[in-house]
Design a protein. Structure first.
Length: 637
Protein backbone atom coordinates (compact mmCIF):
# COMPACT_ATOMS: atom_id res chain seq x y z
CA UNK A 1 0.00 0.00 0.00
CA UNK A 2 1.43 3.38 -1.02
CA UNK A 3 1.79 5.96 1.72
CA UNK A 4 1.13 9.65 0.94
CA UNK A 5 4.01 11.22 -0.87
CA UNK A 6 4.60 8.81 -3.73
CA UNK A 7 6.66 5.67 -4.33
CA UNK A 8 9.87 7.16 -2.92
CA UNK A 9 8.29 7.57 0.46
CA UNK A 10 7.19 3.96 0.33
CA UNK A 11 10.75 2.80 -0.31
CA UNK A 12 12.19 4.82 2.55
CA UNK A 13 9.62 3.70 5.11
CA UNK A 14 9.97 0.07 6.16
CA UNK A 15 6.94 -2.16 5.83
CA UNK A 16 5.51 -3.07 9.21
CA UNK A 17 4.27 -6.38 7.89
CA UNK A 18 7.79 -7.42 6.85
CA UNK A 19 9.08 -9.84 9.47
CA UNK A 20 12.72 -9.62 10.59
CA UNK A 21 14.98 -12.46 9.65
CA UNK A 22 15.33 -15.01 12.42
CA UNK A 23 18.46 -17.19 12.51
CA UNK A 24 17.92 -20.87 12.01
CA UNK A 25 18.62 -22.68 15.28
CA UNK A 26 18.05 -26.12 13.86
CA UNK A 27 21.62 -26.42 12.45
CA UNK A 28 23.15 -26.02 15.90
CA UNK A 29 20.68 -28.50 17.34
CA UNK A 30 21.46 -31.13 14.72
CA UNK A 31 25.20 -30.57 15.17
CA UNK A 32 24.89 -31.23 18.89
CA UNK A 33 22.90 -34.39 18.24
CA UNK A 34 25.59 -35.57 15.81
CA UNK A 35 28.33 -35.05 18.41
CA UNK A 36 26.29 -36.98 20.95
CA UNK A 37 25.84 -39.92 18.55
CA UNK A 38 29.56 -39.86 17.69
CA UNK A 39 30.48 -40.10 21.37
CA UNK A 40 28.16 -43.03 21.83
CA UNK A 41 29.77 -44.73 18.85
CA UNK A 42 33.23 -44.07 20.20
CA UNK A 43 32.26 -45.44 23.59
CA UNK A 44 30.85 -48.55 22.05
CA UNK A 45 33.28 -49.14 19.20
CA UNK A 46 36.46 -47.82 20.78
CA UNK A 47 36.42 -50.13 23.80
CA UNK A 48 37.76 -53.73 23.51
CA UNK A 49 35.43 -56.64 24.11
CA UNK A 50 35.75 -57.76 27.76
CA UNK A 51 35.70 -61.25 29.27
CA UNK A 52 33.64 -61.88 32.40
CA UNK A 53 35.67 -63.22 35.35
CA UNK A 54 34.69 -64.21 38.84
CA UNK A 55 36.31 -62.17 41.57
CA UNK A 56 38.27 -65.20 42.79
CA UNK A 57 39.52 -65.84 39.25
CA UNK A 58 40.60 -62.23 39.03
CA UNK A 59 42.66 -62.46 42.24
CA UNK A 60 44.21 -65.73 41.09
CA UNK A 61 45.21 -64.09 37.79
CA UNK A 62 46.80 -61.21 39.70
CA UNK A 63 48.81 -63.61 41.89
CA UNK A 64 49.94 -65.51 38.73
CA UNK A 65 51.19 -62.24 37.19
CA UNK A 66 48.62 -62.51 34.37
CA UNK A 67 47.08 -59.01 34.84
CA UNK A 68 48.81 -55.97 33.33
CA UNK A 69 46.54 -53.11 34.43
CA UNK A 70 43.19 -52.52 36.11
CA UNK A 71 40.63 -49.71 36.49
CA UNK A 72 38.80 -49.67 39.78
CA UNK A 73 35.19 -48.42 39.68
CA UNK A 74 32.56 -48.35 42.38
CA UNK A 75 31.09 -51.81 41.74
CA UNK A 76 33.23 -53.25 39.00
CA UNK A 77 36.83 -53.81 37.99
CA UNK A 78 38.02 -53.74 34.39
CA UNK A 79 41.52 -54.39 33.14
CA UNK A 80 43.90 -55.89 30.59
CA UNK A 81 45.70 -59.24 30.65
CA UNK A 82 49.32 -59.75 29.95
CA UNK A 83 50.12 -61.74 26.84
CA UNK A 84 50.39 -64.98 28.78
CA UNK A 85 47.20 -64.24 30.74
CA UNK A 86 45.19 -63.52 27.61
CA UNK A 87 46.34 -66.78 26.05
CA UNK A 88 45.56 -68.80 29.17
CA UNK A 89 42.08 -67.40 29.72
CA UNK A 90 41.06 -67.64 26.05
CA UNK A 91 41.85 -71.38 26.07
CA UNK A 92 40.10 -71.97 29.40
CA UNK A 93 36.66 -72.28 27.86
CA UNK A 94 35.40 -72.71 24.30
CA UNK A 95 32.85 -69.97 24.98
CA UNK A 96 35.60 -67.38 25.57
CA UNK A 97 37.28 -65.51 22.77
CA UNK A 98 40.83 -64.23 22.58
CA UNK A 99 40.43 -60.70 23.97
CA UNK A 100 42.99 -58.75 26.06
CA UNK A 101 40.39 -57.25 28.40
CA UNK A 102 38.30 -58.51 31.27
CA UNK A 103 35.73 -57.33 33.81
CA UNK A 104 34.59 -58.54 37.20
CA UNK A 105 32.24 -57.48 39.97
CA UNK A 106 33.61 -56.34 43.33
CA UNK A 107 32.14 -58.10 46.36
CA UNK A 108 29.79 -56.11 48.62
CA UNK A 109 32.29 -56.48 51.47
CA UNK A 110 35.45 -54.36 51.39
CA UNK A 111 38.69 -56.16 50.44
CA UNK A 112 41.50 -54.06 52.02
CA UNK A 113 44.16 -56.51 50.79
CA UNK A 114 43.35 -55.88 47.09
CA UNK A 115 45.45 -52.73 46.70
CA UNK A 116 48.46 -54.33 48.45
CA UNK A 117 48.08 -57.38 46.20
CA UNK A 118 48.03 -55.21 43.06
CA UNK A 119 51.09 -53.22 44.18
CA UNK A 120 52.95 -56.39 45.12
CA UNK A 121 52.50 -57.85 41.61
CA UNK A 122 53.18 -54.49 39.92
CA UNK A 123 49.73 -54.12 38.34
CA UNK A 124 49.16 -50.68 36.83
CA UNK A 125 46.13 -48.91 38.37
CA UNK A 126 44.42 -46.40 36.05
CA UNK A 127 43.29 -43.08 37.50
CA UNK A 128 40.46 -42.34 34.99
CA UNK A 129 37.26 -43.51 36.70
CA UNK A 130 35.42 -44.34 33.46
CA UNK A 131 38.25 -45.91 31.68
CA UNK A 132 37.83 -43.57 28.70
CA UNK A 133 40.42 -41.25 27.13
CA UNK A 134 40.49 -37.74 28.51
CA UNK A 135 38.97 -36.13 25.36
CA UNK A 136 36.00 -38.50 25.45
CA UNK A 137 35.57 -37.68 29.14
CA UNK A 138 35.44 -33.95 28.31
CA UNK A 139 32.89 -34.42 25.53
CA UNK A 140 30.70 -36.58 27.71
CA UNK A 141 30.86 -34.04 30.52
CA UNK A 142 30.06 -30.97 28.40
CA UNK A 143 27.61 -32.53 25.92
CA UNK A 144 24.49 -32.30 28.19
CA UNK A 145 25.14 -28.60 28.73
CA UNK A 146 25.64 -28.05 25.00
CA UNK A 147 22.32 -29.76 24.26
CA UNK A 148 20.56 -27.74 26.96
CA UNK A 149 21.88 -24.47 25.55
CA UNK A 150 20.86 -25.52 22.03
CA UNK A 151 17.29 -26.19 23.18
CA UNK A 152 17.18 -22.86 25.02
CA UNK A 153 18.34 -20.96 21.91
CA UNK A 154 15.80 -22.83 19.76
CA UNK A 155 12.86 -22.06 22.06
CA UNK A 156 13.96 -18.45 22.39
CA UNK A 157 14.11 -18.08 18.59
CA UNK A 158 10.64 -19.59 18.22
CA UNK A 159 9.27 -17.23 20.87
CA UNK A 160 10.86 -14.24 19.12
CA UNK A 161 9.27 -15.33 15.84
CA UNK A 162 5.83 -15.58 17.41
CA UNK A 163 6.32 -12.18 19.01
CA UNK A 164 7.08 -10.54 15.65
CA UNK A 165 3.92 -12.11 14.24
CA UNK A 166 1.76 -10.91 17.14
CA UNK A 167 1.10 -14.23 18.82
CA UNK A 168 3.95 -14.90 21.21
CA UNK A 169 3.60 -15.61 24.90
CA UNK A 170 5.36 -12.33 25.73
CA UNK A 171 3.24 -10.28 23.33
CA UNK A 172 -0.14 -9.98 25.07
CA UNK A 173 -0.23 -6.20 24.93
CA UNK A 174 0.53 -5.85 21.21
CA UNK A 175 -2.34 -5.17 18.86
CA UNK A 176 -3.47 -7.93 16.51
CA UNK A 177 -4.72 -5.49 13.90
CA UNK A 178 -3.70 -6.56 10.40
CA UNK A 179 -2.48 -3.99 7.94
CA UNK A 180 -4.04 -4.51 4.51
CA UNK A 181 -2.14 -3.99 1.29
CA UNK A 182 -3.81 -2.27 -1.61
CA UNK A 183 -2.00 -4.40 -4.19
CA UNK A 184 -3.12 -7.63 -2.52
CA UNK A 185 -6.72 -6.60 -1.79
CA UNK A 186 -9.29 -8.75 -3.56
CA UNK A 187 -12.17 -6.22 -3.47
CA UNK A 188 -12.82 -2.69 -4.68
CA UNK A 189 -15.83 -0.41 -4.64
CA UNK A 190 -16.75 -1.79 -8.07
CA UNK A 191 -17.34 -5.16 -6.40
CA UNK A 192 -19.84 -3.60 -3.99
CA UNK A 193 -23.30 -3.28 -5.54
CA UNK A 194 -26.73 -2.41 -4.24
CA UNK A 195 -25.62 0.11 -1.59
CA UNK A 196 -24.96 3.20 -3.66
CA UNK A 197 -25.71 5.69 -0.87
CA UNK A 198 -23.20 3.98 1.43
CA UNK A 199 -20.62 3.96 -1.37
CA UNK A 200 -21.05 7.73 -1.83
CA UNK A 201 -20.47 8.29 1.89
CA UNK A 202 -17.39 6.11 1.89
CA UNK A 203 -16.03 7.69 -1.30
CA UNK A 204 -16.23 11.11 0.35
CA UNK A 205 -14.33 9.86 3.41
CA UNK A 206 -11.62 8.29 1.24
CA UNK A 207 -11.30 11.55 -0.69
CA UNK A 208 -10.96 13.41 2.63
CA UNK A 209 -8.08 11.13 3.62
CA UNK A 210 -6.37 11.54 0.26
CA UNK A 211 -6.69 15.32 0.03
CA UNK A 212 -7.62 16.86 3.39
CA UNK A 213 -6.51 20.35 2.32
CA UNK A 214 -9.57 20.79 0.08
CA UNK A 215 -11.90 20.26 3.03
CA UNK A 216 -9.85 22.13 5.60
CA UNK A 217 -9.86 25.20 3.39
CA UNK A 218 -13.62 25.32 3.91
CA UNK A 219 -13.37 24.70 7.65
CA UNK A 220 -14.49 21.07 7.45
CA UNK A 221 -13.18 18.53 9.94
CA UNK A 222 -12.93 14.86 9.13
CA UNK A 223 -15.31 12.58 11.09
CA UNK A 224 -13.59 10.56 13.78
CA UNK A 225 -15.73 7.49 13.39
CA UNK A 226 -18.13 5.88 10.92
CA UNK A 227 -20.47 3.13 12.08
CA UNK A 228 -21.79 0.63 9.53
CA UNK A 229 -25.13 -0.72 10.72
CA UNK A 230 -27.22 -3.44 9.11
CA UNK A 231 -28.46 -7.03 9.30
CA UNK A 232 -26.00 -9.88 8.78
CA UNK A 233 -24.96 -10.42 5.19
CA UNK A 234 -25.72 -6.91 3.91
CA UNK A 235 -22.09 -6.17 2.97
CA UNK A 236 -20.56 -4.32 5.94
CA UNK A 237 -17.30 -6.29 5.96
CA UNK A 238 -17.22 -6.41 2.16
CA UNK A 239 -17.48 -2.62 2.09
CA UNK A 240 -14.57 -2.40 4.53
CA UNK A 241 -12.46 -4.68 2.31
CA UNK A 242 -13.33 -2.51 -0.67
CA UNK A 243 -12.16 0.55 1.24
CA UNK A 244 -8.86 -1.23 1.90
CA UNK A 245 -8.56 -1.82 -1.83
CA UNK A 246 -9.41 1.77 -2.78
CA UNK A 247 -7.73 3.84 -0.09
CA UNK A 248 -4.18 5.01 -0.60
CA UNK A 249 -3.62 5.17 3.14
CA UNK A 250 -2.71 2.45 5.67
CA UNK A 251 -5.74 0.31 6.56
CA UNK A 252 -5.79 -1.69 9.82
CA UNK A 253 -8.52 -4.28 10.37
CA UNK A 254 -9.34 -6.28 13.50
CA UNK A 255 -12.27 -8.11 15.02
CA UNK A 256 -13.52 -6.72 18.32
CA UNK A 257 -13.28 -10.13 19.97
CA UNK A 258 -9.48 -10.15 19.40
CA UNK A 259 -9.05 -7.47 22.07
CA UNK A 260 -10.30 -9.71 24.87
CA UNK A 261 -7.98 -12.24 26.53
CA UNK A 262 -8.01 -14.19 29.76
CA UNK A 263 -5.67 -11.63 31.38
CA UNK A 264 -7.12 -8.41 32.77
CA UNK A 265 -5.93 -5.25 31.02
CA UNK A 266 -4.79 -6.92 27.81
CA UNK A 267 -7.67 -5.50 25.75
CA UNK A 268 -6.98 -1.92 26.78
CA UNK A 269 -3.26 -2.36 26.11
CA UNK A 270 -3.98 -3.70 22.62
CA UNK A 271 -6.26 -0.74 21.90
CA UNK A 272 -3.47 1.67 22.90
CA UNK A 273 -0.96 -0.15 20.71
CA UNK A 274 -3.33 -0.20 17.71
CA UNK A 275 -4.00 3.53 17.85
CA UNK A 276 -0.30 4.20 18.43
CA UNK A 277 0.62 2.36 15.24
CA UNK A 278 -2.15 4.10 13.30
CA UNK A 279 -0.98 7.55 14.44
CA UNK A 280 2.51 6.76 13.18
CA UNK A 281 1.09 6.11 9.70
CA UNK A 282 -1.55 8.89 9.72
CA UNK A 283 -3.61 9.48 7.67
CA UNK A 284 -4.87 5.95 8.32
CA UNK A 285 -8.03 3.87 8.66
CA UNK A 286 -8.91 1.45 11.48
CA UNK A 287 -11.70 -1.07 10.90
CA UNK A 288 -13.25 -2.85 13.92
CA UNK A 289 -15.61 -5.66 12.93
CA UNK A 290 -18.47 -6.78 15.21
CA UNK A 291 -18.12 -3.76 17.49
CA UNK A 292 -20.90 -5.00 19.78
CA UNK A 293 -18.52 -7.66 21.14
CA UNK A 294 -16.83 -4.97 23.24
CA UNK A 295 -19.15 -1.98 22.80
CA UNK A 296 -22.22 -3.20 24.68
CA UNK A 297 -23.79 -0.89 27.23
CA UNK A 298 -21.81 -0.70 30.46
CA UNK A 299 -23.52 -1.70 33.66
CA UNK A 300 -26.13 -3.79 31.85
CA UNK A 301 -26.37 -6.15 34.81
CA UNK A 302 -26.86 -9.89 34.57
CA UNK A 303 -25.49 -11.18 31.28
CA UNK A 304 -24.15 -7.80 30.12
CA UNK A 305 -21.39 -6.63 32.51
CA UNK A 306 -17.77 -7.68 32.10
CA UNK A 307 -14.86 -5.78 33.65
CA UNK A 308 -12.28 -6.61 30.97
CA UNK A 309 -14.70 -5.75 28.15
CA UNK A 310 -15.65 -2.47 29.82
CA UNK A 311 -12.00 -1.52 30.32
CA UNK A 312 -11.42 -2.14 26.62
CA UNK A 313 -14.43 -0.01 25.71
CA UNK A 314 -13.25 2.81 28.00
CA UNK A 315 -9.86 2.76 26.30
CA UNK A 316 -11.46 3.02 22.84
CA UNK A 317 -13.51 5.98 24.00
CA UNK A 318 -10.39 7.65 25.42
CA UNK A 319 -8.34 7.07 22.27
CA UNK A 320 -11.07 8.47 20.00
CA UNK A 321 -11.31 11.57 22.20
CA UNK A 322 -7.55 11.96 22.11
CA UNK A 323 -7.30 12.64 18.39
CA UNK A 324 -5.88 16.01 17.58
CA UNK A 325 -7.11 18.06 14.65
CA UNK A 326 -4.06 17.14 12.59
CA UNK A 327 -4.32 13.42 13.31
CA UNK A 328 -6.12 11.99 10.30
CA UNK A 329 -7.08 8.64 11.82
CA UNK A 330 -10.58 7.40 11.04
CA UNK A 331 -12.25 4.56 12.93
CA UNK A 332 -14.63 2.45 10.85
CA UNK A 333 -16.77 -0.08 12.74
CA UNK A 334 -19.48 -2.57 11.81
CA UNK A 335 -22.29 -4.07 13.87
CA UNK A 336 -25.68 -5.71 13.38
CA UNK A 337 -26.84 -4.86 16.91
CA UNK A 338 -26.75 -1.05 17.29
CA UNK A 339 -29.44 -1.25 19.98
CA UNK A 340 -27.00 -2.80 22.48
CA UNK A 341 -24.15 -0.33 21.94
CA UNK A 342 -23.12 2.03 24.70
CA UNK A 343 -24.49 5.55 24.28
CA UNK A 344 -21.00 7.04 24.75
CA UNK A 345 -19.92 5.37 21.50
CA UNK A 346 -22.78 6.82 19.48
CA UNK A 347 -22.49 10.45 20.49
CA UNK A 348 -21.08 13.05 18.06
CA UNK A 349 -17.33 13.30 18.30
CA UNK A 350 -16.81 9.57 18.34
CA UNK A 351 -18.92 7.82 15.74
CA UNK A 352 -20.11 10.92 13.95
CA UNK A 353 -21.72 9.12 11.04
CA UNK A 354 -23.95 6.08 10.90
CA UNK A 355 -24.35 4.36 7.55
CA UNK A 356 -27.30 1.96 7.43
CA UNK A 357 -27.07 -1.01 5.07
CA UNK A 358 -30.48 -2.64 4.63
CA UNK A 359 -31.49 -5.71 2.67
CA UNK A 360 -31.31 -4.85 -1.03
CA UNK A 361 -34.38 -4.00 -3.10
CA UNK A 362 -35.13 -5.52 -6.50
CA UNK A 363 -32.80 -3.32 -8.59
CA UNK A 364 -30.04 -3.70 -6.00
CA UNK A 365 -30.43 -7.48 -6.00
CA UNK A 366 -30.08 -7.52 -9.78
CA UNK A 367 -26.89 -5.45 -9.52
CA UNK A 368 -25.49 -7.77 -6.83
CA UNK A 369 -26.27 -10.82 -8.96
CA UNK A 370 -24.41 -9.27 -11.90
CA UNK A 371 -21.34 -8.87 -9.70
CA UNK A 372 -21.41 -12.48 -8.47
CA UNK A 373 -21.98 -14.07 -11.92
CA UNK A 374 -18.96 -12.39 -13.54
CA UNK A 375 -16.99 -15.64 -13.54
CA UNK A 376 -19.98 -17.97 -13.95
CA UNK A 377 -20.88 -19.18 -17.49
CA UNK A 378 -24.63 -18.56 -17.78
CA UNK A 379 -27.06 -20.21 -20.18
CA UNK A 380 -29.32 -18.10 -22.37
CA UNK A 381 -32.43 -18.89 -20.32
CA UNK A 382 -31.10 -17.17 -17.18
CA UNK A 383 -32.85 -13.86 -16.53
CA UNK A 384 -31.19 -12.01 -13.64
CA UNK A 385 -34.02 -9.45 -13.44
CA UNK A 386 -36.59 -12.20 -12.98
CA UNK A 387 -34.33 -13.99 -10.51
CA UNK A 388 -33.97 -10.76 -8.51
CA UNK A 389 -37.77 -10.44 -8.41
CA UNK A 390 -38.07 -13.95 -6.96
CA UNK A 391 -35.46 -13.43 -4.23
CA UNK A 392 -37.26 -10.88 -2.08
CA UNK A 393 -35.69 -10.71 1.37
CA UNK A 394 -32.32 -12.07 0.23
CA UNK A 395 -29.24 -10.26 1.53
CA UNK A 396 -26.05 -9.83 -0.44
CA UNK A 397 -24.55 -12.91 1.23
CA UNK A 398 -27.68 -14.91 0.38
CA UNK A 399 -27.40 -13.92 -3.28
CA UNK A 400 -23.75 -14.93 -3.36
CA UNK A 401 -24.70 -18.27 -1.84
CA UNK A 402 -27.49 -18.62 -4.43
CA UNK A 403 -25.04 -18.22 -7.31
CA UNK A 404 -22.59 -20.65 -5.72
CA UNK A 405 -25.30 -23.27 -5.11
CA UNK A 406 -26.45 -22.95 -8.71
CA UNK A 407 -22.88 -23.46 -9.95
CA UNK A 408 -22.50 -26.51 -7.68
CA UNK A 409 -25.77 -27.91 -9.03
CA UNK A 410 -24.56 -27.46 -12.62
CA UNK A 411 -21.27 -29.21 -11.81
CA UNK A 412 -23.18 -32.01 -10.10
CA UNK A 413 -25.23 -32.55 -13.28
CA UNK A 414 -22.13 -32.32 -15.54
CA UNK A 415 -23.32 -29.18 -17.32
CA UNK A 416 -21.06 -26.70 -19.08
CA UNK A 417 -23.29 -23.73 -18.25
CA UNK A 418 -25.46 -22.72 -15.33
CA UNK A 419 -29.07 -22.62 -16.53
CA UNK A 420 -32.31 -21.35 -15.02
CA UNK A 421 -33.19 -24.80 -13.66
CA UNK A 422 -29.98 -24.79 -11.60
CA UNK A 423 -30.93 -21.43 -10.09
CA UNK A 424 -34.42 -22.73 -9.34
CA UNK A 425 -33.03 -25.76 -7.52
CA UNK A 426 -30.55 -23.57 -5.64
CA UNK A 427 -33.34 -21.18 -4.60
CA UNK A 428 -35.48 -24.05 -3.34
CA UNK A 429 -32.55 -25.45 -1.42
CA UNK A 430 -31.95 -22.10 0.33
CA UNK A 431 -35.60 -21.23 1.04
CA UNK A 432 -37.19 -24.62 1.60
CA UNK A 433 -34.16 -26.57 2.80
CA UNK A 434 -32.61 -29.77 1.53
CA UNK A 435 -34.92 -32.59 0.51
CA UNK A 436 -35.04 -35.44 3.02
CA UNK A 437 -35.68 -39.12 2.35
CA UNK A 438 -38.22 -39.47 5.13
CA UNK A 439 -40.60 -42.39 4.62
CA UNK A 440 -44.09 -41.42 5.79
CA UNK A 441 -46.91 -43.88 6.27
CA UNK A 442 -49.89 -43.46 3.87
CA UNK A 443 -51.98 -41.95 6.67
CA UNK A 444 -49.25 -39.46 7.64
CA UNK A 445 -48.66 -38.58 4.00
CA UNK A 446 -52.37 -37.86 3.53
CA UNK A 447 -52.47 -35.72 6.68
CA UNK A 448 -49.47 -33.71 5.44
CA UNK A 449 -51.22 -33.22 2.08
CA UNK A 450 -54.41 -31.86 3.66
CA UNK A 451 -52.36 -29.65 6.00
CA UNK A 452 -50.37 -28.05 3.18
CA UNK A 453 -53.46 -27.76 0.96
CA UNK A 454 -55.17 -25.85 3.76
CA UNK A 455 -52.34 -23.32 3.63
CA UNK A 456 -52.50 -23.22 -0.17
CA UNK A 457 -56.28 -22.67 -0.31
CA UNK A 458 -56.07 -19.70 2.05
CA UNK A 459 -53.03 -18.26 0.26
CA UNK A 460 -54.83 -18.52 -3.10
CA UNK A 461 -58.18 -17.01 -2.09
CA UNK A 462 -57.19 -14.38 0.51
CA UNK A 463 -57.02 -11.06 -1.38
CA UNK A 464 -54.19 -9.53 0.67
CA UNK A 465 -52.00 -12.62 1.10
CA UNK A 466 -48.73 -13.13 -0.72
CA UNK A 467 -49.14 -15.10 -3.98
CA UNK A 468 -48.67 -18.85 -3.88
CA UNK A 469 -45.49 -20.10 -5.57
CA UNK A 470 -45.19 -23.81 -4.89
CA UNK A 471 -46.91 -26.61 -2.99
CA UNK A 472 -45.07 -29.80 -2.07
CA UNK A 473 -45.41 -32.67 0.37
CA UNK A 474 -41.77 -33.72 -0.04
CA UNK A 475 -39.99 -33.18 3.32
CA UNK A 476 -37.57 -30.24 3.22
CA UNK A 477 -35.37 -29.30 6.15
CA UNK A 478 -37.37 -29.77 9.34
CA UNK A 479 -40.77 -29.52 7.60
CA UNK A 480 -42.82 -32.49 6.37
CA UNK A 481 -44.25 -30.33 3.59
CA UNK A 482 -43.92 -26.76 2.32
CA UNK A 483 -46.31 -24.15 0.98
CA UNK A 484 -44.19 -21.39 -0.53
CA UNK A 485 -45.37 -17.83 -1.00
CA UNK A 486 -43.46 -15.03 -2.72
CA UNK A 487 -44.40 -11.37 -2.22
CA UNK A 488 -45.24 -9.40 -5.34
CA UNK A 489 -42.90 -6.60 -4.28
CA UNK A 490 -40.70 -5.53 -1.40
CA UNK A 491 -42.61 -4.65 1.78
CA UNK A 492 -41.44 -2.04 4.27
CA UNK A 493 -44.73 -1.52 6.11
CA UNK A 494 -47.70 -3.86 6.60
CA UNK A 495 -51.36 -2.92 6.95
CA UNK A 496 -53.82 -4.68 9.21
CA UNK A 497 -55.69 -6.49 6.43
CA UNK A 498 -52.47 -8.05 5.14
CA UNK A 499 -51.50 -9.26 8.60
CA UNK A 500 -54.94 -10.79 9.24
CA UNK A 501 -54.86 -12.66 5.92
CA UNK A 502 -51.37 -13.85 6.77
CA UNK A 503 -52.62 -15.24 10.06
CA UNK A 504 -55.42 -17.05 8.22
CA UNK A 505 -52.85 -18.66 5.93
CA UNK A 506 -50.87 -19.80 8.98
CA UNK A 507 -53.99 -21.33 10.55
CA UNK A 508 -55.10 -22.95 7.30
CA UNK A 509 -53.21 -26.18 7.91
CA UNK A 510 -54.60 -26.73 11.41
CA UNK A 511 -58.17 -25.89 10.32
CA UNK A 512 -57.88 -28.26 7.36
CA UNK A 513 -56.93 -31.14 9.68
CA UNK A 514 -59.81 -30.28 12.02
CA UNK A 515 -62.26 -30.19 9.07
CA UNK A 516 -61.17 -33.50 7.52
CA UNK A 517 -60.28 -35.59 10.58
CA UNK A 518 -62.22 -33.89 13.35
CA UNK A 519 -59.01 -33.40 15.35
CA UNK A 520 -55.65 -31.65 15.06
CA UNK A 521 -52.08 -32.95 15.12
CA UNK A 522 -48.70 -31.66 16.22
CA UNK A 523 -47.85 -30.54 12.69
CA UNK A 524 -49.19 -27.03 13.33
CA UNK A 525 -46.76 -26.25 16.18
CA UNK A 526 -44.64 -23.75 14.25
CA UNK A 527 -47.71 -22.19 12.60
CA UNK A 528 -49.30 -21.52 15.98
CA UNK A 529 -46.08 -20.08 17.35
CA UNK A 530 -45.68 -17.62 14.48
CA UNK A 531 -49.37 -16.67 14.49
CA UNK A 532 -49.34 -16.00 18.24
CA UNK A 533 -46.17 -13.89 17.99
CA UNK A 534 -47.67 -11.86 15.15
CA UNK A 535 -50.95 -11.21 16.98
CA UNK A 536 -49.02 -10.25 20.12
CA UNK A 537 -47.12 -7.58 18.16
CA UNK A 538 -50.33 -6.36 16.52
CA UNK A 539 -51.99 -5.88 19.89
CA UNK A 540 -49.06 -4.76 22.03
CA UNK A 541 -46.77 -2.82 19.68
CA UNK A 542 -48.75 -1.71 16.64
CA UNK A 543 -52.05 -0.70 18.28
CA UNK A 544 -54.20 -2.92 16.01
CA UNK A 545 -56.86 -3.63 18.64
CA UNK A 546 -60.02 -1.64 19.37
CA UNK A 547 -60.17 -3.03 22.90
CA UNK A 548 -56.58 -2.21 23.92
CA UNK A 549 -56.33 0.97 21.88
CA UNK A 550 -53.28 2.76 20.37
CA UNK A 551 -50.69 1.64 22.89
CA UNK A 552 -47.08 0.98 21.92
CA UNK A 553 -45.70 -1.42 24.49
CA UNK A 554 -42.57 -3.57 24.50
CA UNK A 555 -44.65 -6.74 24.18
CA UNK A 556 -43.19 -9.30 21.82
CA UNK A 557 -39.74 -7.71 21.62
CA UNK A 558 -36.77 -10.05 21.66
CA UNK A 559 -33.91 -9.34 24.05
CA UNK A 560 -30.57 -10.97 23.47
CA UNK A 561 -29.26 -10.24 26.96
CA UNK A 562 -31.16 -11.54 29.94
CA UNK A 563 -30.02 -8.70 32.16
CA UNK A 564 -31.45 -6.07 29.86
CA UNK A 565 -34.89 -7.65 29.82
CA UNK A 566 -34.96 -8.13 33.59
CA UNK A 567 -33.74 -4.61 34.25
CA UNK A 568 -36.43 -2.89 32.15
CA UNK A 569 -39.34 -1.46 34.17
CA UNK A 570 -42.77 -2.86 33.44
CA UNK A 571 -44.84 -0.54 31.28
CA UNK A 572 -48.31 -1.81 32.17
CA UNK A 573 -50.27 -3.12 35.13
CA UNK A 574 -51.41 -6.63 35.85
CA UNK A 575 -54.92 -5.71 34.76
CA UNK A 576 -53.62 -4.45 31.41
CA UNK A 577 -51.56 -7.63 30.97
CA UNK A 578 -54.68 -9.68 31.54
CA UNK A 579 -56.62 -7.61 28.98
CA UNK A 580 -53.80 -8.02 26.43
CA UNK A 581 -53.77 -11.80 26.91
CA UNK A 582 -57.55 -11.96 26.50
CA UNK A 583 -57.40 -9.84 23.34
CA UNK A 584 -54.66 -12.01 21.81
CA UNK A 585 -56.69 -15.14 22.53
CA UNK A 586 -59.87 -13.52 21.21
CA UNK A 587 -58.27 -12.50 17.91
CA UNK A 588 -56.69 -15.91 17.36
CA UNK A 589 -60.00 -17.67 18.01
CA UNK A 590 -61.81 -15.29 15.65
CA UNK A 591 -59.27 -15.87 12.87
CA UNK A 592 -59.48 -19.64 13.39
CA UNK A 593 -63.30 -19.60 13.13
CA UNK A 594 -63.14 -17.52 9.93
CA UNK A 595 -60.53 -19.87 8.43
CA UNK A 596 -62.48 -23.00 9.35
CA UNK A 597 -65.69 -21.56 7.87
CA UNK A 598 -63.92 -20.64 4.66
CA UNK A 599 -62.38 -24.10 4.24
CA UNK A 600 -65.72 -25.73 4.98
CA UNK A 601 -67.23 -23.69 2.16
CA UNK A 602 -64.36 -24.72 -0.18
CA UNK A 603 -64.07 -28.34 0.91
CA UNK A 604 -64.41 -29.66 -2.66
CA UNK A 605 -61.44 -27.54 -3.77
CA UNK A 606 -59.49 -28.74 -0.72
CA UNK A 607 -60.09 -32.42 -1.48
CA UNK A 608 -59.34 -32.00 -5.20
CA UNK A 609 -56.08 -30.20 -4.45
CA UNK A 610 -55.10 -32.82 -1.86
CA UNK A 611 -55.72 -35.64 -4.36
CA UNK A 612 -53.53 -33.89 -6.95
CA UNK A 613 -50.66 -33.24 -4.59
CA UNK A 614 -50.79 -36.83 -3.31
CA UNK A 615 -50.41 -37.95 -6.91
CA UNK A 616 -47.71 -35.51 -8.09
CA UNK A 617 -46.10 -34.58 -4.73
CA UNK A 618 -45.17 -31.11 -6.03
CA UNK A 619 -47.45 -28.56 -7.70
CA UNK A 620 -46.51 -25.19 -9.12
CA UNK A 621 -48.65 -22.07 -8.76
CA UNK A 622 -50.07 -22.63 -12.25
CA UNK A 623 -51.04 -26.22 -11.41
CA UNK A 624 -52.82 -25.11 -8.24
CA UNK A 625 -54.65 -22.37 -10.12
CA UNK A 626 -55.87 -24.80 -12.83
CA UNK A 627 -57.20 -27.28 -10.26
CA UNK A 628 -59.01 -24.64 -8.21
CA UNK A 629 -60.50 -22.96 -11.29
CA UNK A 630 -61.90 -26.27 -12.53
CA UNK A 631 -63.48 -26.94 -9.16
CA UNK A 632 -64.93 -23.42 -9.03
CA UNK A 633 -66.41 -23.85 -12.50
CA UNK A 634 -67.87 -27.25 -11.56
CA UNK A 635 -69.38 -25.74 -8.39
CA UNK A 636 -71.03 -22.92 -10.35
CA UNK A 637 -72.38 -25.35 -12.95
Amino acid sequence: MTAPGGPDNQQQKPDQNQQPAIPNQFAFLWLSAAIFLMVLWLQDGGQPRLQDLAYSEFKTAVMNNQVAEVTLKEESITGLFTDSGAADFSSDSPARTSTPGFQTIRPPMEDPALLNLLEEHEVVIRATPSGLPWWQEMIRGFLPWILLLALMFWFWGAAQKRMTQGGGPFDFSRSKARRARKETSTATLDDVAGIESAKREIAEIIDFLKSPEKYRALGAVMPKGVLLVGPPGTGKTLLARAIAGEAEVPFYSISASEFIEMFVGVGAARVRDMFKEARKDAPALIFIDELDAIGRSRGAGLGGGHDEREQTLNQILTEMDGFEAHENVLVLAATNRPDVLDSALLRPGRFDRKITLDRPHKEARAAILKVHVRKVPLANDVDLEQLAARTIGFSGADLKNLVNEAALTAARENLHEVNAHCFELARDRIILGEERDTKLTPKEREAVAYHECGHAIMAYYMPNADPLTKLTIIPHGMAMGVTEQTPREDHYTYNESYLKDRIKVMLGGRCSEKLIYGEVSTGAQNDLKEATALVRKMVGQWGMSEKIGPLGLSIGEEHVFLGREMGMPREFSEKMAEMIDEEIQSQLLAQERATLDFLTEHRNQLEALAAAVLKHETLSAEDVEDILRKEDARKIA
